[in-house]
Ligand binder design. Structure first.
Ligand code: NAD
Length: 502
């Protein structure tokens, strides 16, 4: 196909589409067909500069806008997201490949952060203490940082940007978004809706690109904070580089989420939970369950027996097939990487119970599809256990006891989410307390916190001190100021040279 005929995506700067003049670009693909669908410019550092200048100019007036007026833009934005949910979901699926219902779920979870942002004026209230000394009062206030930036991954092209900028903007900051280069369309559509909701020009800017723009963000002196969500090596790099440049950074990374299956768990419910959590969105979720840990050989045998036929029966198809339960992977490279992991699992001696290699769909032979894959007898030293695969590949690692299962999870380098399925309150309570992961589900396979809590893993699943969105998001995007006041007639006894005590 002639790349010139493809729609070229623009940046969004100063409230207007801003065509990039970069000499570098890359195609965006429809993963169900393997056809290119658009051309994405890989913007330059100079283009980032222009976006930052626009955001910097917009900051003073936006920061001084009464919080309730800022929130009103969010209320209108929420309405527009609801009205356009179907359109946004189609834009997500066209470039990411996830099913329509899954994409609608993503829009809804992003929209809930906007609902949270509508109430942010309440969280910006400070504290006040009267008479901290004679006629002396103290109050604290949370103020916006200035220009802040967000760098987002491909797997939630609408929701993850919405984890960031509604909170940042409602707090009074201005924002630069660098969406994933693999599926930038939905992020653009949503950013346009925020402008339609009445956002002043320059408050939100979108600059597309790759490492060149990311590095420019990390070194730009006018960017005060960076939110990053993506893979662990890049998260670590973004954290190290951004903090060395004096910025506040929250960088959320990869995951290997375990689900412990206790002998008393209802096996049908466990299998249902694992199907959705392991294969939904083709396993391309940072909260996907990629390791099932049945406790005891009997539990493991029952689990494999219940699960295997369901994995074989997975309905796989393009998002236009509304019966499909799972779509393709995002790119050809990613598909090849996932297939490579399956080969490696076999080579390292895991038992391949269901093989998703070689899956082909009539009419979509060039799509990036991998069938549902199930491994049994996976060992903790195998590559398929240690590394994040990010595909429809579930590993079963058999544990002899609950204590062994817990130890296994706690020894893993990642600690994003985890779950236990059991009827035993004692085991569940101990698990919630002792497991080293940031988000824990008790009979809930994907425990993504709602928008008024905060999302964040532990260990190498996060770099930085703040989880994202919710109250932690408000803290990340604001800084504390504490003011101590005394009016002139409060000074009764002339100059005091010793260190003040009250
Ligand atoms: P990625 O790390 O490849 O890309 C994320 C962002 O970083 C993109 O915007 C990309 O342009 C940029 N980037 C990529 N390489 C870079 C480089 N060398 N230098 C500077 N910037 C670079 O991640 P992805 O493949 O888009 O997303 C999948 C990953 O994200 C998985 O590891 C998944 O677990 C993780 N993820 C984590 C969370 C979470 O909340 N912890 C949520 C979603 C996804």
């Amino acid at each position: 196909m002639d790349a010139i005929a493809l729609n070229t995506i623009t940046n969004l700067v100063g409230g207007k589409p801003s065509p990039s003049t970069s000499t570098r670009s890359q195609p965006v693909y429809n993963p169900a067909t393997g056809e290119p669908s658009a051309t994405l410019p890989l913007s330059t550092a100079a283009e980032l500069d222009a976006a930052v200048a626009s955001a910097k100019a917009a900051f003073p007036a936006w920061a001084d806008t009464p919080p309730m007026k800022r929130a009103r833009v969010m209320f209108k934005f929420k309405d527009l997201l609801e009205q356009n949910a179907d359109r946004i979901a189609r834009a997500i699926s066209a470039e990411h490949g996830k099913t329509h219902d899954d994409a609608l779920g993503e829009v809804q979870r992003g929209l809930e952060v906007v609902e949270f942002a509508c109430g942010i004026p309440h969280l910006l209230k400070g504290e006040y203490s009267k008479n901290v000394g004679p006629a002396i009062d103290t109050y604290s206030d949370r103020q916006a940082l200035g220009v802040v930036a967000g760098i987002t991954p491909f797997n939630f092209p609408c929701m993850v940007p919405l984890w960031m900028y509604p909170v940042a903007i409602a707090c009074g900051n201005t924002f630069i978004l660098k969406p994933s280069e693999r599926d930038p369309g939905a992020a653009m559509l949503v950013a346009e809706l925020l402008h339609e909701a009445g956002l002043p020009a320059g408050v939100l800017n979108v600059v597309h690109g790759d490492k060149e723009v990311v590095d420019a963000i990390l070194h730009h002196p006018d960017i005060k904070a960076v939110s990053f969500v993506g893979s662990t090596p890049i998260a670590q790099y973004v954290y190290a580089t951004g903090t060395a440049a004096g910025k506040r950074v929250q960088a959320l990374g990869g995951a290997k989420n375990h689900m412990v299956v206790m002998p008393d768990a209802d096996m049908d419910k466990v299998a249902d939970a694992l199907m959705g959590a392991g294969y939904g969105s083709a396993g391309e979720r940072c909260m996907a369950v990629s390791v099932a840990v049945p406790v005891g050989q009997k539990t493991a045998d029952a689990l494999i027996e219940t699960l295997a036929p369901r994995v074989r029966a997975l309905k796989i198809g393009p998002a236009t097939d509304r019966d499909a339960e799972m779509g393709p992977l995002v790119t050809k490279q990613h598909m090849e990487k996932v297939l490579g992991y399956i080969d490696q699992g076999v080579a390292e001696g895991a038992k391949l119970v269901v093989d998703g290699r070689g899956f082909k769909l009539q009419g979509y032979e060039n799509g990036y599809f991998v069938g549902g894959t199930l491994f049994d007898h996976v060992d903790k030293d195998m590559t398929i256990y240690r590394e994040e695969i990010f595909g429809p590949v579930l590993s079963v690692l058999r544990a002899n006891s609950y204590a062994d299962a817990l130890e296994l999870i706690n020894a893993h380098e990642f600690g994003n989410g985890t779950a236990i399925f059991t009827r035993d309150g004692d085991a569940a309570r101990s698990f919630a307390d002792k497991v080293e992961a940031g988000m824990v589900g008790i009979n809930v396979p994907i425990p993504v916190p709602v928008a008024y809590h905060s999302f964040g893993g532990w260990k190498r699943s996060i770099f930085g001190d703040h989880a994202i969105y919710g109250p932690e998001g408000v803290h990340f995007y604001t800084r504390l100021k504490t003011v101590t006041t005394r009016w002139p007639d409060g000074i009764k006894s002339g100059a005091v040279f010793n260190f003040p005590t009250m």
